[in-house]
Design a protein around this ligand. Structure first.
Ligand code: AMP
Ligand code: ZN
Length: 463
């Protein structure tokens, strides 16, 4: 029995898929806006998404999971204002919007691979679904939930009794105050939002439609694409907590307007990753990417491990000290796993059964990964060294995905003299004095060390 917390009901509920007969779970996850490198905060949300997938599969479910790539129409402000993020990035980098989208899509996909985030069954681009969005908007209009102004089509939020309060505790006054008063006198209600926008001449991404050259509002893509691939109502919708008050409230409003239904049964939201207990921000220069971690010698999977240290519904604080500690802990866990792999004793079947139960209870209790990791550690540290425990760890790995079978590099101890030669060689390489660098390499070899140049710097092995 899996229990999942549902933002819609504010309760932990027993999960049952809608399609019980075929045992299929239908999921939609809001994907990245590909105008910039994804940061480790974004990755927290996708590591969770991947863990959720793997927990469901571990329980025997099949998945039909859609994730989108937002490559259009996401404005710099949450209200329907500001510049298109894609266009802004393209302008700043002297590239086309399509080049920008391709570049950052490829970048995040590399990061996903490094983090062992597997592909969803469907990966869909907003720009490939403009017609679906247009049809969706027309349906909302036909049902009387939207109206036209000289700027485009707006959703009439006054048609929904609970607009903006389905998932969040927004109250109408806050919503009104949040929507800028001076924007658009044609709007019927200040909190009405754009579905379909007439493109000004200078707007780059625009498509011919029933209203001339237009581009979509930024919430409509998720409604149109989730419906296209998963139907009017599906099982689970995921995203970060920042999506709750606007993006997901608006997705719900749109779906009610078009189909009469709230699109997903269970809404799951990941709390934010903090850096030094604060927000990540460009001005603080603390918007770290997976590559930034690698530059500091941190393996991407150590970041995945670090994510398991907190439940997904609590904030997680990143510091360089805690991530370094996570790397050390992951190395130790791999070493402990190896000891079990080489073990020749027989494990007690009762204990195996008990561990399995504990692990399953943890992951099925609203994806409680800190608890699941405690069980995994207990197995790894079992004093009885047995291949049976190794096999059990590998079974848990279907969920944890930490490459625990990976060989850990042996830490070579060395003295001050070797350390100073290494330092000298580092300087020589920085100055491109390769003759000197080779000479020092030979010297180290004579002393019994082989030096390997890796992207994390020089590493030593015993001859
Ligand atoms: P975006 O490309 O801005 O739509 O963000 C992609 C995903 O990352 C969304 O689901 C956001 O909610 C999520 N996200 C953004 N910042 C953070 C953060 N600091 N911690 C966790 N998730 C985040
Ligand atoms: Zn979305």
């Amino acid at each position: 029995m899996i229990k999942l917390y549902n933002t819609l009901t504010k309760e932990k509920e027993v999960f049952e898929p809608l399609d019980k007969e075929n045992n299929i779970v239908k999921i939609y996850s809001c994907g990245l806006t590909v105008y910039n490198y994804a940061h480790i905060g974004n990755m927290r949300t996708y590591i969770f998404m991947d863990t959720l997938r793997k927990v469901l599969k571990y329980n025997g479910y099949k998945l039909k999971h859609v994730m989108n790539i937002t490559d259009v129409g996401h404005l710099t402000s949450d209200a329907d204002e500001g510049e298109d993020k894609m266009a802004k990035s393209a302008r700043e980098q002297h590239k086309s919007v399509y080049e920008i989208a391709k570049m950052y899509t490829e970048a995040y996909q590399k990061d996903f691979k490094k983090l062992n985030i597997e592909d969803t069954e469907y990966l869909v681009k907003a720009t490939d679904h403009i017609k679906d969005m247009e049809e969706y908007v027309k349906e909302i209009m036909k049902n009387g939930y939207a109206y036209e102004t000289s700027k485009g089509v707006y959703f009439d939020t006054s048609k929904l009794k609970d607009y903006g309060r389905m998932l969040s505790n927004n109250n109408l006054e806050d919503l009104k105050a949040g929507a800028r008063v001076d924007v658009d006198t044609e709007k019927r209600n200040p909190q009405d939002f754009a579905l379909w926008i007439k493109a000004p001449k200078e707007h780059i991404m625009k498509w011919d439609s029933f209203m001339g050259l237009c581009y979509p509002g930024w919430h409509i893509e998720c409604s149109a694409m989730s419906r296209k691939y998963l139907g009017d109502v599906f099982d689970i919708h995921t995203g970060g907590v920042d999506h709750i008050p606007i993006h997901h409230e608006n997705e719900i409003a749109q779906s009610i307007g078009a189909t009469g239904h709230i699109p997903a049964k269970t809404w799951m939201h990941v709390e934010f990753l903090l850096i030094n207990n604060g927000k990540m921000s460009k001005s603080l220069k603390n918007v770290y990417t997976v590559s930034d971690l690698e530059k500091e010698g941190i393996e991407p999977l150590a970041y995945r491990y670090f994510n398991y240290s907190a439940h997904y519904r609590t904030k997680l604080n990143f510091t360089w000290d805690t991530i370094k500690a996570a790397q050390v802990a992951l190395n130790r866990l791999r070493e402990a796993t190896k000891k079990q792999k080489n073990g020749v004793e027989k494990a007690d079947p009762e204990k195996i059964k008990e561990y399995k139960e504990r692990f399953l209870n943890a992951i099925n209790d609203d994806i409680n990964m800190p608890l699941a990791m405690a069980v995994l550690w207990d197995v790894a540290k079992e004093p009885v060294k047995s291949k049976d425990y190794y096999n059990l760890i590998m079974e848990f790995e279907k969920v944890t995905s930490l490459d625990l079978d990976k060989e850990t590099e042996e830490q070579v101890e060395y003295d001050e003299e070797v350390a100073s030669i290494l330092e000298e060689r580092k300087l020589a390489r920085e100055n491109k004095d390769f003759a000197k660098s080779d000479e020092l390499r030979d010297k180290l070899k004579e002393m019994g060390y082989i030096v390997i140049d890796s992207k994390e710097g020089q590493k030593l092995k015993k001859v």
